[in-house]
Design a protein around this ligand. Structure first.
Ligand SMILES: *Cc1c(COP(=O)(O)O)cnc(C)c1O
Length: 389
């Protein structure tokens, strides 16, 4: 690992915490039973482990265990929520409202529904990345069946006002779904207090394994109906058939348990690291933060930089630091990030942009090293670009 660059891409994925891995291991080997086998101890052991994780996840979001539907991740949970509601509430209406900065796993299912005849309203965001609540209220109609707004954005870390959106939807009797893949274990999520009807989660953004997630599906006040998108043995209350992936489910539960126990001090630590990084980066000229300065995830810093070629910056950073970087400039064939485009700074579209995702295993020393390397890199690229331009 010593030759590997410093990992600051925690919005893409996170490493598994060793405590999570250790909890998972027995369920690959001696405790390998099928949680649906009711005739022997192999099945019972697996079922008990699944139940324990289901309880942890339900408690984490103030839900009931039966409201937790295991899926392969947030992509599947989002698909199940959006297509499942569209199919089940088709007779009530075909109007769905979402936001321009949502993950592709929201926007693409919506595009698909559009091709099937649904009407999709995509709300814009303001320059900080937040939706306008008045605009949302105006968008809601008698035939609106679903509003889907993410909790925390995966590129700019912006936190949408779930409490206000939930209240508005509940008053109007519209189902509210939120993609909370980036939010679980990082900000408080209470489905009762926030009036959330459906919520997508995933384990691998919170130091759990890849390939496991859940959809929270409200069962009462009101009871949400969903059309299954995968049919088979009737697992997960018929909403998602398929043998449960016990080791991943155990890991998911453990990961969320740890993240919640450490949430407050960890957010404090990450905020300090992010501020330390920004304090150094901001000494560079013509550098800007993307997204709301406060209403964002503690570990997220997304910046745009003037007068630097995005592809060249990306290439120069790679040996030292693993970040998600790009350029909005189409001349070097790097497509603009639609999330940054949605913030509506046309002048910044020619800038290079970098997303730093700081996480549990990053240290002060790493942040300082990255800052130093970044500053040197930008300075040398800028002096070189005088010739190129
Ligand atoms: C990562 C992510 C997803 C996709 O989750 P998978 O579990 O990888 O399918 C969806 N939405 C957001 C906001 C994400 O960050």
């Amino acid at each position: 690992m010593s030759s590997h660059p410093i990992y600051l891409d925690c919005h893409a994925t996170t490493p598994i915490d060793e405590r999570v891995l250790n909890a998972m291991i027995p369920y690959f080997t001696e405790k390998f039973g099928n949680a649906a086998s009711i005739s022997h101890i192999y099945g019972w052991e697996s079922e008990a482990a699944v139940k324990q994780s289901r309880d942890i996840l339900a408690t984490a979001i103030n839900a009931n265990p039966e409201e937790i539907i295991f899926t392969s991740g947030a992509t599947e949970a989002n698909n199940l929520a959006i297509k499942g509601v569209a199919e089940a509430y088709f007779a009530k209406g075909q109007h769905i409202v979402t936001v321009a900065t949502e993950h592709k796993a929201i926007l693409e299912p919506c595009e698909y529904l559009k091709s099937m005849g649904f009407e999709i309203m995509v709300l814009p965001v303001n320059q900080d990345g937040l939706i306008d609540l008045e605009q949302l209220e105006k968008a809601l109609r008698h035939d609106t069946i679903l509003v889907s707004v993410m909790a925390a954005n995966n590129e700019i870390g912006v936190l949408q006002p779930l409490d206000k959106i939930g209240k508005m939807c509940r008053q109007k009797g519209i189902i509210f779904h939120t993609d909370a893949a980036q939010a679980i274990g990082k900000i408080p999520l209470d489905v009762e207090a926030l009036n959330i009807d459906l919520m997508s989660l995933t384990a691998h953004k919170v130091y759990g394994p890849k390939g496991i997630g859940t959809l929270y599906v409200r069962r009462r006040n009101p009871r949400i109906k969903l059309a299954a998108q995968q049919h088979g043995g009737g697992h997960e209350r018929g909403m998602r058939s398929g043998t449960l992936y016990t080791p991943q489910i155990v890991g998911f539960g453990k990961a969320v348990e740890i993240a919640l126990a450490e949430q407050e001090p960890e957010n404090q630590r990450l905020t300090e690291l992010r501020e330390r990084l920004w304090k150094q980066l901001s000494t560079v000229e013509d550098i800007y933060i993307n997204g709301h300065p406060q209403k964002r995830l503690a570990g997220n810093l997304n910046i745009s930089l003037e007068g630097v070629d995005g592809a060249a910056l990306s290439l120069a950073l790679q040996p030292m630091v693993a970040v998600s970087s790009g350029s909005a400039c189409s001349s070097n064939n790097v497509a603009p990030s639609y999330v940054l485009t949605a913030l509506g700074h046309p002048e910044k579209l020619a800038y290079a942009s970098v997303r730093f995702g700081i996480g549990r295993f990053n240290t002060v020393e790493e942040i300082d090293k990255v800052a130093e390397h970044f500053i040197t890199t930008v300075k040398s690229l800028r002096s070189a670009s005088v010739v190129i331009l």
